[in-house]
Write a protein that binds this ligand. Sequence first.
Ligand SMILES: Nc1nc2c(ncn2[C@@H]2O[C@H](COP(=O)(O)OP(=O)(O)OP(=O)(O)O)[C@@H](O)[C@H]2O)c(=O)[nH]1
Ligand SMILES: [Mg+2]
Ligand SMILES: [Zn+2]
Length: 295
Amino acid sequence: MPEGRVIKAYSGHYFVSHKDDVVDCKIRGRLQKEGKDVLVGDIVSFTFTDPEGMYGVVEDVLPRKTRLVRPPVANVDQAVIVMACHEPAPDLELLDRILVAVEADGLDIVICFNKIDLVSRYAAEKLAKPYRKAGYAIVKASARAGWGIARLRKALAGRLSVFAGPSGVGKSALLNALEPGLRLETGRVSSRTGRGRHTTRYSHLLKIEPAGYVADTPGFSKLDLDKIDKRALAHLFPEFRMPMENCKFTTCLHHMEPDCGVKEAIEIGDIVQARYDNYVKLLLEIAERERRRGR
Ligand SMILES: Nc1nc2c(ncn2[C@@H]2O[C@H](COP(=O)(O)OP(=O)(O)OP(=O)(O)O)[C@@H](O)[C@H]2O)c(=O)[nH]1
Ligand SMILES: [Mg+2]
Ligand SMILES: [Zn+2]
């Protein structure tokens, strides 16, 4: 039976990429009864229902490697988190929040600082440095000028990636730069609020040569960290992992405790203060939530 990847789904139609074609499929009723839903990103087996091979029926869903809730995409390997260097102003608290959520999902991570054409080289590097230091793969890019696009393409090859980041940072523009044929709708950043307008509203997968798939996801601006408990949080900051081994107490939350390896690492410059400050912010938020639930 032929197999392919679901690249788009809406109102009962599942578009399955098969060889160089896309087959418009319905779903076998039995699958619903078995409680199997079909997500964008799923690999499915299907049968053709017409001699031209344009239409088909999804017969089964192959086992999923991963399943993201937001955006609802299956089998994602990697997240590309896009922030603009300017317009909208970089929100590093949001970036750290997204990083924590993506780390918790176990995805590989690339951080793309876009719109470097709008700032000095120094300003772009100042933004990127703490994250490079934390061990993240960084791409500095300008969708407008075409800078960094080759590096981004390399990072996407052979994997299914999601693009994430606030509205207006240039996710669609970057994808257009990668595949000029796509002509995705890009929005203006509102001059009144300085924010994007959430131009992109549904998930589908785009083929990025060579052999990369990308979900162009809705921009989002808020993220709750509901499933993360406060003991797990520090492990989701990769640059904390080694210093944590020097904490005196195995229960150390790296906040008020004495003899804390994380705080020592800040003093000698191995951990950036701003990252730590966002850690504490998230820690207190999680602690507060756990307290409320405990009651
Ligand atoms: N100067 C400059 N402008 C850019 C760059 N990339 C994107 N833009 C502009 O920023 C605006 C928003 O870009 P989009 O690609 O629509 O942003 P998005 O992240 O897809 O936004 P949503 O779909 O709302 O989540 C558009 O006006 C783009 O032309 C860049 O590298 N430099
Ligand atoms: Mg968009
Ligand atoms: Zn500690």
